[in-house]
Design a protein around this ligand. Sequence first.
Ligand code: SME
Length: 160
Amino acid sequence: MFVPVEKSEDKQTNYERLLDTLPHYVDQEEPWYTVLANASAILEYFLDDVNWVGFYRMEKDGLYLGPFQGVAACTKILIGHGVCGQAAEEKETFLVDDVEAFPGHITCDASSKSEIVVPLMVRGELFGLLDIDSPKKARFDEIDRKYLEKVAAVLVDNLN
Ligand code: SME
């Protein structure tokens, strides 16, 4: 059961609380989809102004939709396509201030205006991606990048 942690007005404080909370809800003995299911709920709880939070899992022929919070989304994204496919190709975090200005952006939720995608690297291999969308333009900044990469690091230690 999730015990609600008090939320702050301050983004960085919320990220610190998220990072304190997350390890209690992930267990490396459990399957990856179980770990990422609870992670998506915890991210959704602590982040303001987001309309979609979830994961894509790398498979042989592309990225497949994993656990998420939000509206039903694209089930398969090819490497090199969209923000996710490009982040998968580069194996780097992508911050997109305005999704409409991003060449090849794939619309899953029409209310999304900005997006951040963080790769999950397990033993040097791309396991999948964390993808977060916001209904506000330029919602994600370097603070988000720093903390979401820390979240990714906690997750990859618990994925199998
Ligand atoms: N916008 C993403 C697709 C995934 S949805 O946002 C959930 C992209 O361009 O790759």
